[in-house]
Design a protein around this ligand. Structure first.
Ligand SMILES: Nc1ncnc2c1ncn2[C@@H]1O[C@H](COP(=O)(O)OP(=O)(O)OP(=O)(O)O)[C@@H](O)[C@H]1O
Ligand SMILES: [Mg+2]
Length: 341
């Protein structure tokens, strides 16, 4: 069973979404629907599965439906049609009490625009979810201070959100989500307001945290580098439609359409493509010159061995972690893989 399963979800915003649904199902585009009916298509027949312990990144241009999608997961938004299952439970079947319980203990969320309480201090904001979980003040403060420390806001715990910069407020939101220790974390552009150095640092922290805690994270961004760095799988939305889901390598190597191509065209391919993705396996390697090869590990990124291969004009022999030969990459193929799209 997948941790999260979304089946044929449609979301239409407007006065009478149900009346517009048949048109959407028959294939009218978002623009047509808006023009003819004044309704906005938020999501158009989205289905996907997110597995326990993975980081699933959702990418797409502004207005493509990313926030709408993530908000269906904790039912801040109800679908016009389709179902959302979390650990096999249809979230639409939760009554008021169960939904509150579910939001407090199952999922935490970092909002795109922080969502902090202006009249609570940093410490109180971070401890809010814990308060809702019924934890004592001592316990709340202890956990909150740990998380405030983790996001680098030590010393600011008694300040109010208005006294902080945007990036600092975003970190308060992140600390609050971490504090509740739910096994699903929803992060809507959680790092977008941070400056590059802190952003990179926070990405690193999230990766470290993830390798230890193995939470299920749904992370929204419109930054391709961030999604490649964080995502086990990436889903790409265009006008409410999910146009491609794949691993970072699959998205880079086989973009499904022009929209995805536009996203990946400027990516530094050497940084994200691993040796095993482009190697020819042994059966197809018979004609490759093996007199001058350099061994590389199958999980190494191209950038790690590219200079050496190019300078010595050799081919790559790709091995697994036990040293078994898995395949070969010729010098020429290595270089052309960097420009293909
Ligand atoms: N409450 C709402 N009422 C009407 N239309 C909405 C509402 N929320 C979202 N929409 C529409 O749904 C579409 C998707 O919006 P959404 O906020 O999910 O985009 P997004 O991908 O998160 O964009 P951004 O990157 O700018 O945050 C947009 O066309 C938007 O106009
Ligand atoms: Mg959004």
């Amino acid at each position: 069973m997948s941790k999260i399963e979304i089946n044929n979800v449609y979301k239409i915003f407007g006065n009478n979404p149900k009346s517009v649904l048949p048109m959407v199902k028959e294939g009218s585009t978002k623009d047509e629907i808006l023009e003819k009916t004044g309704h906005t298509v938020g999501l158009d027949n989205v289905s996907l599965k997110i597995e326990e312990g993975e980081t699933f990144v959702c990418m797409g241009l502004s207005g493509s439906g990313k926030s709408t999608l993530i908000r269906h997961l904790n039912r801040l938004i109800d679908p016009t049609d389709g179902e959302i299952l979390v650990e096999g439970t249809n979230v639409m079947s939760l009554d008021k009490e169960k939904l509150i319980e579910f939001r407090r203990h199952k999922m935490s969320m970092v909002f795109q625009r922080f969502g902090l309480f202006p009249h609570k201090t940093v410490l109180q904001n971070v401890g809010y979810g814990l308060e809702m979980q019924g934890k004592s003040e001592d316990e709340r403060n202890k956990i909150s201070m740990e998380k405030i420390d983790a996001v680098g806001l030590n010393g600011f715990e008694n300040q109010y959100p208005s006294q902080l910069s945007g990036g600092m407020q975003q970190r308060v939101g992140l600390a609050r989500a971490l504090a509740t220790d739910t096994d699903i974390m929803l992060m809507d552009e959680a790092f977008s307001a941070l400056d590059p150095l802190i952003r990179s640092d926070m990405q690193k922290q999230l990766i470290d945290l993830q390798s230890e805690l193995k939470k299920t994270i749904v992370f929204i961004t419109h930054d391709l580098d961030e999604s490649l760095r964080l995502g086990d799988h990436i889903g790409i939305l265009n006008s409410g439609k999910l146009v491609q889901v794949g691993t970072p390598e699959e998205i880079i190597m086989n973009p499904a359409d022009d929209y995805v191509k536009a996203f990946v065209k400027d990516v530094n391919r050497a940084k994200v493509i691993k040796a095993k993705i482009i190697m020819k396996n042994l059966n197809d390697s018979e004609n490759i010159d093996k007199s001058n090869v350099i061994k590389v590990n199958e999980d190494q990124f191209i950038e790690e061995f590219l200079p050496q291969i190019v300078c010595s004009d050799s081919n790559c022999e790709v091995v697994d972690k036990n040293g078994n030969i898995k395949g070969y990459i010729t010098n020429q193929e290595l270089q052309s893989s960097l420009t293909k799209s």
